[in-house]
Structures are given as structure tokens and as C-alpha cells.
Design a protein around this ligand. Structure first.
Ligand SMILES: Cc1cc2nc3c(=O)[nH]c(=O)nc-3n(C[C@H](O)[C@H](O)[C@H](O)COP(=O)(O)OP(=O)(O)OC[C@H]3O[C@@H](n4cnc5c(N)ncnc54)[C@H](O)[C@@H]3O)c2cc1C
Length: 343
């Protein structure tokens, strides 16, 4: 473990900067300094908030050099992201590219290349901002967060991890060690995802998947997607985002639907009412509209500098519509234009 005194450009001075060389060392430091110690991976949230004087750690604990902390691997049942894995690490991962388009897209649109190279999934989760783009992707796919401390290890559902902005269930001696997603929810979409067709100008759009081949739709298949609205095409905090996950039977029968909305409430908000409308039923254009209306029951967006609450509500409904239309192979009519009104 190396310790540096640092001259920083932040509002309040930091007493110590400690670079951990192992998870055990990091847990020692966390246990010793508790709430006065802030972990750091990329620093893309931490330093911004320190400069603004909103966070004032006495000690910064650098996790970025811990061997294996950024690894992305698979077990028999889970895709495991080391908490230090960056957006760029996800973009370079072939399995994520083909099986987890929601995560791939959220990382492709997270900040710009510099932020993607530095910003980690653990940092995105721990900041507990409703605008954290990778978080809805993990939640929609029923992922979990693995927390470690000197006391041991525990796993919490990603949906339960954030309580409100900047407040999580993490105790002050804990670290996020891993973020996990069940492999069973990542079975490949038979119609395929074409990341190369996803150019930046398509930021707000679904890339429609091709129809099923001559064999028709399988009895059981899944897909996931991510949509995000922002005023620019890069370096943009979401106005609203949505990660969708669906398990299907045949071309249009929905077994399971998970819609997770960013910037639509104090934390990632789940569209549970929409799930209740469609689960066990065959998608029709009328059923999709019923689900789209139900989305409104589960979101509580506020007006802010990025958009009015009404605009955000309209975006959430439109994103649910786009996702379900794409899943069911219907013509895409969802839109993000501000001139559109709520259905
Ligand atoms: C210009 C710019 C553009 C951005 N654009 C986007 C965007 O489009 N979408 C988006 O979602 N975010 C965006 N962000 C925010 C930020 O980049 C992400 O939230 C990023 O994922 C944070 O990761 P990090 O490693 O930099 O976290 P850090 O800044 O290092 O840490 C953030 C917080 O998490 C804590 N922490 C970090 N790792 C752990 C851990 N393993 N265990 C416990 N606590 C931990 C830190 O103590 C701190 O409180 C942007 C930021 C900037 C500056």
C-alpha cells in the first residue's frame, strides 16, 4: 500500500491518498477510516463533487490498481463485472457486445472516450445518481451487487442498492467488489444485435432487429436494450434513460418484462405496472398502448434543467413503446420529439 500527500484542486484539503494493492488492504483502510474515506476508481464523479465542495473526504482510497478488480468474467451461472471495470472494458468485451446490448449501448453513450476509459461500473452504481446509465441495465436484468468488508461478504439485489440520490445500502466499511448478472437472462436474441449499425447519431433510437428467419420464433428467447435521451450526442447526462429486458415465448407472447427507467424518480424506477399488463399475454398494438399508459403509474420524474417532468414522462412512455414494438416486430412509432404529447 502506498500513501501520498496530495495537493489537489478540490474545495477542501485531503489528508491522505492511499493506493491499495489488494482488496484486503483496501478493506483495512475502509474499516479504519469509515465515512471519512472515499474509494476512487476513475474519479469522474468523486473529483467533480469534491471540487464543488459537496463531498469532502479526509482520505481517498484508490482502488484502480488492485489486480483483477476490473476483470469481466463468467461463472457457470453469472456474468461478473469487477467493480473497477470501465465502460471501455465493457465495450471491448465480445460477449457483452452480442448478448448484453443494453450494457453495450449505455457504455457507448456514457460521457465521451476519456470518461469511458476512466469511469467504472462500481463508481456508477455507488454514486447512486438516478442518471447513472449502466445502473438500469443491471437492474433490468435482475443483477446483484456484491459488497465486501472485513466482516465478510454480502449480496444485495441491484434494485435495492440505491435508496435515493447519493444514498445506498452500503455500510461505511464496505466496498462494491462485483456486479453480477444472471447468464440465464443473457441468452442471445435470435434476431441478433447489430452494434455496428448503432452509430452515434442514433443515440435516441432503437436499431430495429431483422425479422425471425425461416424457422420462425423459438419457444423461448430473450432480448434487452437501452435507450437514452440527451440534448447532445456525447458527454451528456441523460434526460431520461430506459433499459428493457424481456423473456418471450414464440414471436409475441411475453413471459417476463422488466423496464428500468433512469431520471424518472429518486432512483432507478421499475415499470412494474407495465409488466403486469403484458406478462402472460400476446403483444398486440392495443396491449402495448395499455402497457405504455401503465408506465406512468410507476415513475415520478421532477422538472429540472434537463427537462420538464411532463417531457420526461412522455419520453418514458415512448421508450417503453419503442422497446415493445421492436420486441413484437411491429412498426416503430415511438418518438422522442418534444412536440409529441403523452398517449
Ligand atoms: C464529463 C462527464 C460526463 C459523464 N457522463 C456520464 C454519462 O453519460 N452517464 C453516466 O452514467 N455517468 C456519466 N458521468 C458520471 C461518471 O463518469 C460515472 O458515474 C462513472 O461511472 C463513475 O465511475 P468512477 O470510477 O469515475 O467513480 P469515482 O468518481 O471514482 O467514484 C464515484 C463514487 O463511487 C464511490 N466508489 C467508486 N468505486 C467504488 C467501489 N468499488 N465501492 C464503493 N464505492 C465506490 C466513490 O467513493 C464515489 O463516492 C460523467 C462524468 C463526467 C465528468
Amino acid at each position: 500500500m502506498t500513501s501520498h500527500s496530495v495537493e489537489t484542486y478540490v474545495a477542501n484539503p485531503v489528508e491522505d491518498f492511499i493506493r491499495a494493492e489488494s482488496i484486503e488492504q483496501a478493506l483495512e483502510v475502509r474499516a479504519k477510516f469509515g465515512s471519512e474515506c472515499y474509494p476512487l476508481v476513475g474519479g469522474t464523479d468523486l473529483l467533480v463533487l469534491m471540487r464543488a465542495g459537496r463531498w469532502s473526504p479526509r482520505v481517498i482510497l484508490d482502488l484502480s490498481r488492485i489486480p483483477g478488480f476490473a476483470d469481466i468474467r463468467q461463472t457457470d451461472s453469472e456474468l461478473v463485472f469487477g467493480a473497477g471495470a470501465t465502460a471501455a472494458d465493457c465495450l471491448a468485451n465480445e460477449f457483452i457486445r452480442t448478448n448484453f446490448p443494453a450494457m453495450y449501448k449505455s457504455c457507448a453513450w456514457l460521457g465521451g472516450p476519456q470518461i469511458q476509459n476512466a469511469g467504472s461500473l462500481g463508481g456508477n452504481m455507488a454514486t447512486a445518481s438516478p442518471a447513472g446509465d449502466t445502473v438500469p441495465c443491471v437492474i433490468a436484468l435482475e443483477g446483484t451487487v456484491v459488497l465486501k468488508s472485513k466482516r465478510g461478504e454480502r449480496t444485495v439485489s441491484a434494485e435495492e442498492f440505491a435508496i435515493r440520490p447519493r444514498k445506498t445500502v452500503m455500510e461505511e466499511d464496505e466496498l462494491i467488489a462485483e456486479i453480477r448478472v444472471p447468464l440465464a437472462n443473457l441468452a442471445s436474441d435470435p434476431r441478433g444485435f447489430q452494434p455496428d449499425a448503432m452509430k452515434v447519431p442514433k443515440l435516441h433510437t432503437v436499431v430495429p432487429r431483422p425479422p425471425f428467419g425461416s424457422g420462425g420464433a423459438p419457444d423461448s428467447w430473450m432480448t434487452n436494450d437501452f435507450l437514452k435521451a440527451g440534448p447532445r450526442l456525447a458527454q451528456v447526462i441523460s434526460i431520461v434513460s430506459m433499459a428493457g429486458f424481456v423473456e418471450m415465448s414464440g414471436p409475441r407472447t411475453v413471459k417476463r418484462l422488466r423496464l428500468a427507467f433512469g431520471c424518472a424518480g429518486p432512483k432507478t424506477m421499475m415499470g412494474k405496472s407495465a409488466s403486469a399488463v403484458v406478462e402472460g399475454k400476446e403483444l398486440t398494438e392495443e396491449l402495448i398502448e395499455e402497457a405504455v399508459r401503465a408506465v406512468q403509474q410507476d415513475i415520478t420524474p421532477l422538472s429540472d434543467v434537463r427537462g420538464t417532468a411532463e417531457y420526461k414522462r412522455m419520453l418514458c412512455s415512448n421508450y417503453a413503446r419503442l422497446f415493445l414494438q421492436d420486441v413484437g416486430g411491429f412498426k416503430l412509432t415511438g418518438t422522442r420529439k418534444a412536440s409529441e404529447t403523452l398517449a
